[in-house]
Write a protein that binds this ligand. Sequence first.
Ligand code: SF4
Length: 587
Amino acid sequence: MGYQNNVLRINLKEKKASTEPLRMDFARKYIGSKGLAIRYMYEELDPGIDALGEDNKLFLTTGPLTGTPVPCSGKLSVAAKSPATGTMNDCSIGGHAGIKIKFAGYDMIIFEGISEEPCYVVIEDDKVKFLDAADLWGRGSHEAEAVLAEQYGTDYSIMSIGPAGEKLSNMACINSDYYRQAGRGGIGAVMGSKKMKAILIKGTKGVKVADIEKTTDRILEILHDDVLQEDNTFVYDAGTTAFLEACGDGGIVPYKNFSGANDPEWEKYNGDVLMQYREGKRGCGSCGLGCGNFLKIGNAVCEGPEYETIAVAGPNAGITDPEHIVKFNEVCDNMGLDTISAGDTIVWAMEMTEKGLHDFGIRFGEADKMIEMVELMARQEGVGADLCKGVKYCSEKYGGTDFAMQVKGLEFPQYEPRGSWGMSLAYAVSDRGACHMRAYAPNVEVFAAAVPPYTSEGKGQMVYELGEFNAVKFSLCICDFWGTITYDIMAEMLTMITGEKWTAEEMGEVGRRVLNIGRAFNQREGFNRANDTIPKRLVREALGGEGPAAGQKIPQEAFEDMLDQYYEVMGWNKDGTMPEELIRSIL
Ligand code: SF4
């Protein structure tokens, strides 16, 4: 129950589709979504394959709760080997695609091979069609989706890429239902490498659960008693714009390419200002919280902007204009670029220009040029041809590696680690490079102030526990913003839906396994301690700007101490590798 026990495998080269049973032995160990996708990747992607070659595969993976009334369970995992990092990569995307996949009768869709010509794929229950995308190729993601929505109607969920994905940029994203993104690690480039412009999905089936009446009653109780409390519902009011103030209070909002923290002019573009321009609300399927906000300022429109986009297009770029922030969000989405990686790369280029190290033709505060740069990067024209490859590539070519804010080739989310030392460890050990969706240290070190932020003490265990929790939560397809969920609730819901007994303790075991299978994938690709690094800026430069973290830096020995602690908690070797028996035990 809960599962469809069915995988749709689509070969784009041969234009063939087939079905096969879901590997329930994997599902019992990894549940679904994130964990299941990584386990399949470990099984099916040979080490050393070209992430943009025909051997890489694109995995769209749901979980047993997807398509049920469980609150906040409508997200979808999109996974592949990353062209940006060479690691595994799984992204979570909102909207309705996950539920449509489930209603079409599948737990998972796996795309293989490369189409000879640009195509799009239409899936309606058991039918799969391969169609010519010549007229869509080159168009913005929003434009392509509008054309398809006009032709097919709104019963289909649409996932699409923009020009950045077609041109195989390391920072290309996949859009869904216009404004939701699988953003990170160049996942859109993998879809582009398959010459697949869009995927349309419609499903008319249901999902069987063990005891529908009992389940519905209990889910309503959980919705009212746990989900709909202030710690979660704040995202309904203002999305993640509220994080700007919370992060500012802790001194971790990056300023001018992480050279400082906390813009003194932040009130010009904070949540109160942005929400004055709200024109509508939206939520993913099965959501009980509805964090989506449609904003229109002048001729700029987006759903969001999320905190990450506000911070990178605002203070991190030395810009205070809210219309610019919304425009940056809109253009990145339409061009199919991840706002975090595109933004970080541009602000790095601003610093390079200002320091006289290389003239990229853009300086801090230049809002119009920042928007032009996004277009150049998406179309790989002028300086955009290099910048679209990200800060790791560019800094190795032009210099400025000390302030290239990335780990393993993935650019930093917008949390300054000198104000949350655990975040430096979280970025370093994240299985897909610098990511805030693995262990989210500011929750403990900054917002709750439960652990002192400027020390290495206890950070290995803390980052492990945070990572374990998110790993299982996302394997259940539960949205990040249901922040109060517990292992007890997860186990109870999984038991109700599947009819199989799950315990809170097993939730933790699954989370640990998911962390390990991601690491095992990367180890096979040659990753070890040498890759678990942080940029020198964090070690050598005292944090500038304002706020409680000003003046902080992370001594190298403190960072190495945190790494040692984390490896010990995980049972890994001192060099960051996993013992072979540990790998065998999780397969
Ligand atoms: S809280 Fe937001 S991201 Fe999460 S499921 Fe609801 S609408 Fe989607």
